[in-house]
Ligand binder design. Structure first.
Ligand SMILES: Nc1ncnc2c1ncn2[C@@H]1O[C@H](COP(=O)(O)OP(=O)(O)OP(=O)(O)O)[C@@H](O)[C@H]1O
Ligand SMILES: [Mg+2]
Length: 394
């Protein structure tokens, strides 16, 4: 095992045993039509879970075909591009079963006659008209129709091959920002998914997204057409034991050092991987190598990771975030710390929670959701950092 900054799969993937077992059992069951919605803060490991679940499903029984698609992989923010990329992912995943010789991306470049002959040699009937429509914007039909065809391709191939298609859509809330003829069409996309999802008998959808409020809007709240269509699971930090497995699998590390890394990272796997990588690659540092790596990490990576997010907050939100980062956990303490400069602290806290910056530990008690972000905020705004644990509550 070695440290990686990419989504972790295979031997790099640590922990998540209960969630992974639950997902694999449900998703590999041909009789189950239920998928999962994973919600969790940035860098917590959602993509890794989707990719690892897809990998294990692909390695398992023949009857399940996993397809992974990230909305963030799109170069353009429009629905036609999304339909094309989604179809390519589906066709690619089914290539070993359909005998399609050409890679899906090459199909998109073919003129009609060549496309027809490429599709003629497959073991299942693929509609040349549909595929031409999805890939070629000149064929008429609008983005929504293409998107419908792309989703229909998954169900059609699953039916034709007697398989179950598990379609993983990562960064799902980003679908809400796609445009069709330059107009945002998120609501129409969700309605389309809902309508097809209800009719599907061979395809199951699994989705993930990082900001709670956007996932709520897209899939979880009663206002979303997709409400109650998924098993919803919150992805949290790794446990101390999972972090220990990850770290000791990749370097020689003492228990006390694991404790220090765990405290710094809050169990967020990205920071564990990053620190581990810095420590194991860098020259041996004199003194406390964990503290040195943590300081270097904040200095070298902090601005890149956090400045955009912090600067996008309103001035009030920045003040309250800085108060939280110093360990002021209640509205009263925050109000004192901010010198009563912020009216409506409850509202500001709610919006910080929506943005994934703050989290509520219990009624009236809050903290920064990401302890490393909190530390960076303290460094930047000049102050002592204190990240309360649930046991430290007033
Ligand atoms: N189970 C795991 N075992 C080991 N490392 C992990 C695990 N999950 C995540 N990581 C590491 O954490 C980092 C972030 O992982 P990942 O990209 O899966 O998170 P994410 O929640 O999808 O992040 P984002 O919100 O940025 O999309 C990566 O460096 C990855 O290697
Ligand atoms: Mg991700």
């Amino acid at each position: 095992m070695a440290f990686t900054l990419r989504p972790a799969t295979g031997e790099h993937f640590a922990g998540r045993r209960v969630l992974m077992a639950e997902m694999l059992e449900e998703l590999s069951d041909p009789a189950s039509d239920t998928g999962f919605a994973l919600v969790g803060q940035r860098r917590i490991g959602k993509t890794s879970i989707l990719l690892e679940a897809a990998r294990r499903l692909g390695e398992g029984q023949d009857g399940v075909v996993p397809v992974y698609f990230s909305v963030w992989s799109l170069l353009e923010n429009d629905l036609e591009a999304c339909a094309g990329a989604l179809s390519a992912a589906v066709l690619e995943a089914y290539r070993p079963i359909t005998g399609l010789a050409l890679r899906a991306r090459s199909l998109a470049q073919l003129p009609a006659a060549a496309l027809r002959s490429a599709l003629a040699h497959t073991t299942v009937t693929l509609s040349c008209h549909d595929i031409a429509l999805i890939f070629s914007p000149r064929q008429g039909g609008d983005g929504i129709e293409r998107f419908e065809k792309a989703l229909g391709l998954a169900e059609g191939l699953a039916l034709a091959t007697g398989t179950k298609c598990v379609l993983f859509i990562d960064e799902f809330p980003a679908l809400m920002d796609l445009t069709n003829n330059r107009t945002r069409c998120g609501a129409a996309i969700l309605r389309t998914i809902r309508t097809l999802h209800e009719r599907w008998s061979h395809t199951v959808l699994c989705i993930a997204g990082s900001v709670r409020s956007t996932m709520e809007m897209a899939a979880l709240s009663p206002a979303s057409p997709l409400c109650r269509q998924f098993i919803v699971r919150e992805v949290g930090p790794l446990s101390r034991n999972e972090a220990a497995t990850l770290l000791s699998g990749a370097m020689a590390v003492t228990d006390a050092e694991i404790d220090d890394i765990y405290r710094f990272s809050g169990g967020i796997p990205f920071y564990i991987q990053f620190l581990g990588r810095m420590i194991s690659r860098g020259p041996p540092a004199p003194g406390d190598r964990i503290a040195a790596a943590a300081a270097a990490f904040l200095r070298e990576e902090g601005n890149l990771l956090f400045r955009g997010e912090f600067d996008a907050l309103s001035p009030k939100e920045r003040l309250i975030a800085a108060g939280l980062a110093r360990g002021h956990a209640t509205p009263a303490a925050l109000s004192r710390a901010c010198g009563d400069r912020v009216a409506g602290i409850g509202r500001v806290l709610a919006s910080l929670q929506e943005k994934g910056v703050a989290e509520r530990l219990q009624r009236g008690v809050y903290r920064c959701a990401d302890p490393v972000f909190a530390r960076w905020i303290c460094d930047r705004t000049g102050g002592e950092h204190f990240h309360p644990a649930p046991g430290d509550m007033p």
